[in-house]
Design a protein around this ligand. Structure first.
Ligand code: HEM
Length: 509
């Protein structure tokens, strides 16, 4: 009530005042209103600095030379946070310790939405792998957790080892291969085994066809297919065609299982028994396969390259696995060097919990590989209210990216950052110093499976082969450096390819 009385008398005073007073007061009120409302809108000082170039020139470098492009952006703007446009999308790139923390902890930043527009490598089937409702994504994640419970994961051990044996036998008694072809293909097989069904993974012709189709999707990803996916470019049409064929293969396997009436012990059976709708089953296999097979394939290719070039770590890994073999078979004295039993069946006697908790050397090798050779740029879309990172505003709807190179290749955190050294001390002085499996509220949901696959394959490799070395195309020793501009495989350019030269050891695979 006193306020009403006050306002009433102020209004009376204003009306009875002379024109000059009324005019002056009106101008003052107008200026105050403008000042207040403009401070509520985007404040120029809050906006991240923009790149000093036309927005059209950011598209190709972002997709083709991302590592160089983002480094250049931080350098050219002199800022730890900068922004650029990808057509109509605003993208903010962030770096540094505090930005990293804010990025990984911010509530409104969404991975799925960020990935959808900025990555584009996932086959897009509306309602199956794209535009999935949150509810369906949640079911897929729940089923992925089910695949990685102790019992199914334990059951996968002999199958993964047997797949590895079969493929490694095709390499012959000695030779050389490009790990990004041979090891990648091996991980494609084992990931397919883990995430799909025997109808697919027991048939080398179908596995080969699927691999070709997924390669087509990866290599058919152009800026246009990502940013304007509705535009019927030749690349987009090829991608759609490949996606359709993958879809048909997966649906065919589901039909064959249902019609056979035979229940099998694999992931497809678990999905069908859970009573999930077909969209979830197909989405699970198609979507997770590309995410899982590519990440494990890249990591495994580099892990083998590093093991090939670092005899000391190869020897440590071999000694670790030998000791696990002996511990798992104390009576039979099973050991890779003194038994005629195949290496794969010997290794399958080591239980899951031992692979997971008693392999410090393999753990260190995997960690170092995912630090130095995982060219990931984390991508998010801000679905919540504006977020501030290092005092710069990320508006609602904008995209935010954080390149892992910012922390994993920072020489002040990891001295001599490009060197592969699994013996590095754990970095404790800075938060999120290692984000190889994600950080904060976004962690990899396939970690258990991926680590198991990597360990089993590494064990087969270090005990089943000897005389390993990494050579260039002329046979000279070389040590290739991860190429972070290759966002898929971190693969070095052809002239810098490192081939793995090998000889089989005496133990049968
Ligand atoms: C060496 C192998 C792998 C590595 C290094 C890896 C790494 C990562 C990283 C770093 C993230 C977080 C990404 C970000 O913050 O932007 C992530 C997320 C994810 N990963 Fe993996 N991953 C691997 C294998 C797998 C496999 C085999 C699967 C599935 C079978 C998988 C499923 C996922 C899923 C579903 C997410 C998204 C989680 C979410 O939406 O919150 N990953 N992975």
């Amino acid at each position: 009530m006193p306020y009403c009385v006050g306002l009433q008398s102020a209004a009376n005073a204003f009306l009875s005042a002379g024109f000059a007073t009324q005019f002056t007061l009106s101008v003052v009120i107008f200026l105050v209103v403008v000042l207040v409302t403009s401070s509520l809108q985007t404040n120029e000082a809050d906006a991240p600095t923009s790149l000093p170039c036309y927005s059209l020139f950011t598209i190709l470098p972002f997709f083709r030379r991302r590592y160089d492009f983002l480094n250049w952006g931080f350098h050219a703007t002199g800022q730890s946070v900068f922004q650029f446009q990808l057509l109509r999308n605003t993208v903010v790139a962030v770096s540094g310790e505090s930005a990293r923390q804010a990025f990984f902890n911010a509530k409104g930043l969404d991975l799925t939405e960020g990935f959808k527009i900025l990555s584009g490598a996932i086959p897009m089937v509306r309602g199956v792998t794209s535009n999935l409702e949150t509810r369906r994504i949640a079911i897929i994640h729940k089923r992925l957790a089910a695949v990685q419970r102790n019992a199914p994961l334990n059951d996968l051990i002999p199958l993964i080892l047997d797949d590895s044996r079969r493929i490694m036998e095709t390499w012959g008694p000695s030779g050389k291969f490009d790990p990004f072809d041979s090891i990648y293909a091996l991980l494609f097989q084992t990931t397919l085994r883990s995430l799909s069904c025997s109808e697919i993974s027991d048939d080398p012709a179908i596995v080969g066809r699927l691999k070709t189709l997924y390669d087509k999707l990866d290599h058919g990803t152009t800026p246009a297919t990502v940013l304007v996916p509705w535009l019927p470019t030749p690349a987009m049409i090829k991608k759609l065609w490949a996606t359709k064929e993958i879809y048909q293969i997966v649906c065919g396997a589901i039909r064959a299982r249902e019609q056979s009436g035979i229940s099998r012990n694999d992931t497809l059976q678990m999905l069908l028994d859970s009573g999930d709708e077909k969209l979830v089953v197909v989405g699970f296999i198609m979507g997770l396969l590309i995410a899982g097979a590519r990440a494990t394939g890249t990591t495994a290719s580099w892990m083998m390259t590093f093991l090939g070039g670092h005899p000391e770590w190869r020897a440590k890994a071999a000694a670790e696995v030998e000791s696990l073999l002996l511990a798992a078979n104390p009576d039979t004295k099973l050991s890779s060097s003194s038994s005629s039993e195949s290496l794969s069946s010997q290794l399958s006697t080591i239980p899951l919990e031992v692979w997971e908790s008693e392999t410090p050397v393999l753990d260190a090798i995997i960690k170092e590989t995912t630090r130095v050779a995982q060219p990931h740029t984390a991508m998010r879309r801000n679905l919540g209210p504006p977020v501030y990172i290092d005092g710069k505003m990320i508006p609602t709807g904008a995209y935010v990216v954080y390149p892992f190179s910012d922390v994993h290749l920072d020489p002040s955190i990891y001295p001599d950052p490009w060197a592969f050294n699994p013996g590095r001390a754990e970095v404790k002085h800075t938060p999120f110093a290692y984000v190889g499996w994600g950080g904060g509220k976004t962690l990899c949901l396939g970690t258990r499976l991926a680590k198991l696959e990597l360990k089993l394959i590494a064990a087969m490799f270090v005990l089943g082969f000897r005389q390993l070395s990494v050579i260039d195309k002329d046979g000279n020793p070389t040590s290739p450096q991860p190429n972070w501009n290759d966002i898929l495989l971190c693969r070095p350019p052809p002239e810098k390819t490192g081939y793995l030269s090998y000889e089989r050891s005496d133990v049968p695979l």
